[in-house]
Design a protein around this ligand. Structure first.
Ligand code: ARG
Length: 434
């Protein structure tokens, strides 16, 4: 049984109810033992954070700040405050148990319903913002809108719509023979066709553009290391997106494809598996972000076969996972900008946080890992003035976590308190949950 108090909101009906009186009771005060400040990489003791409606209006030390008498005080003693987490690579409309040919049985409406369930799970895991990079038929746009309308409980979403890619490429559907004539929505060939797809995705609600620069692990018949778009195609697509004020994410495993995407001006490279020194130097020079999903290999090789992942994909994963982790360490040492991107959807939503321990294992400090999932992604998606840290003027996306977090990053796999947009959506600290 869940006891619902003034600021415990779990489940949709209570969420809506609370939403309606949130503004009548609009000042909340959070007190805790420590605060992780990702903007300066420091930890502050005995913090107080004042949230007015959905915005952080004061941050200071207990005793130094006067608490408004009409405020709701949320006592998170014994815990550390940190900004809400941001995952730059998810597929909320995908189910980790359904891969390969099983996916052919799922239509877009079913995918959207999956999205509703997985959105809540993701938020409850402490991820208050996600970038959804690839969904069928704009199901992601519908989900984002439903969350923004308050109909569905989930993270703030920035969505791409269908991923763009060439005929037979990683973003096409290559499962069926020719006579079935199945082609994915984002398929285009040639520079102008790429631009047209960008325009179409913007028309139907995309916030970001995703394209597939190389083959992939989970697509049938693609070579994971091989480049799939020409430089001209990538440049046309990226220029069009930038002209319209959108950033671009490129799925890219192979070295040449990564290099070409960086030279064509991409904002983030997803996966980034086969990096060499020259490619790393190029990423540093261009300020390109890497979003490297270094946990998912464990799920694919452990659970993938049961979930329907094809044998050819498992074989590809055996070559990619290890190299990707080495690339991660090398890129980190060279100072490439990194963001947290998990590919949740390939593995279970809500388990996003499992990647933190791997990021630390392969070279990040816990503070760097936290920054890669807060202020760095906010900067990548050009939302750094409103998201990504606990600073005055930012949207109140705040977590309370174990005080041990900078010694043991794996505590981020279980987050007891989540505030999104000034509303407490999970509170296992002040409230009893049986
Ligand atoms: N969606 C990606 C692909 O199919 C998943 C790659 C997973 N493997 C990895 N080591 N990151 O290519």
């Amino acid at each position: 049984m869940i006891k619902i108090t003034k600021h415990l909101i779990i489940g949709l009906s209570s969420f809506c109810l609370f939403h309606s009186f949130a503004f009548a009771d609009s000042i909340k005060v959070l007190k805790a033992d420590k605060l992780i400040s990702v903007s300066d990489g420091k930890v502050y003791q005995k913090p107080v954070v004042i949230v007015t409606d959905n915005v952080i209006t004061q941050v200071g030390q207990q005793g130094d700040i006067s608490i408004p008498t009409d405020a709701t005080v949320i006592d998170l003693s014994g815990h550390t405050l940190m900004p809400g987490l941001m995952d730059m690579h998810v597929h909320l409309t995908s189910d980790a148990n359904i891969h390969g040919y099983k996916r052919l049985q799922r239509d877009t409406s079913r995918a959207a319903i999956t999205g509703v369930v997985k959105a809540k799970r993701t938020l409850m895991a402490g991820f208050t913002t996600v970038r959804n990079v690839g969904a069928p038929n704009y199901a992601d746009v519908a989900l984002r809108n439903a969350i923004n309308d308050g109909d569905v409980l989930g993270p703030r979403m920035f969505v791409s719509g269908p991923s763009i890619g060439v005929t037979g490429g990683h973003c096409d559907n290559n499962l069926l023979p020719f006579e079935y004539a199945v082609t994915s929505e984002g398929v285009a060939d040639g520079p102008w066709a790429m631009k047209a797809k960008v325009r179409q995705n913007i028309k139907y609600g995309a916030d970001v553009i995703k394209f597939c620069a190389t083959g992939g692990v989970l697509s049938k018949g693609t070579k994971v290391g091989a480049q799939q778009l020409t430089f001209e195609e990538m440049k046309a697509l990226i220029d069009e997106a930038h002209l319209r004020g959108l950033t671009v994410a490129a799925h890219a495993h192979g070295t040449e494809g990564i290099k070409t995407a960086i030279q064509a001006g991409v904002d983030s490279v997803e996966h980034g598996s086969f990096l060499d020194e020259e490619t790393i130097a190029l990423a540093v020079k261009h300020g390109t972000y890497l979003s490297m999903d270094i946990y998912v290999t464990e799920y694919i090789l452990g659970e993938g076969e049961k979930a329907g992942i094809l044998e050819e994909s498992l074989a590809k994963e055996r070559t990619v996972g290890k190299r990707q982790r080495e690339s991660f360490t090398n890129a980190l040492k060279a100072g490439v900008k990194m963001v947290f991107g998990s590919d949740a959807g390939v593995y279970p939503h809500g388990d996003n946080g499992k990647q933190f321990a791997r990021m630390v294992q392969f070279g990040m400090t816990p503070m760097q890992a936290i920054q890669s999932a807060t202020i760095a992604p906010a900067t990548l998606i050009k939302k750094e003035t409103t998201l990504g840290s606990i600073d005055v003027g930012k949207v109140a996306d705040i977590l309370a976590v174990s005080n041990d977090v900078l010694n043991d990053i794996s505590v981020l796999e279980n987050i007891p308190f989540v505030m999104k947009d000034g509303i407490v959506v999970k509170d296992y600290i002040e409230n009893t949950v049986e």
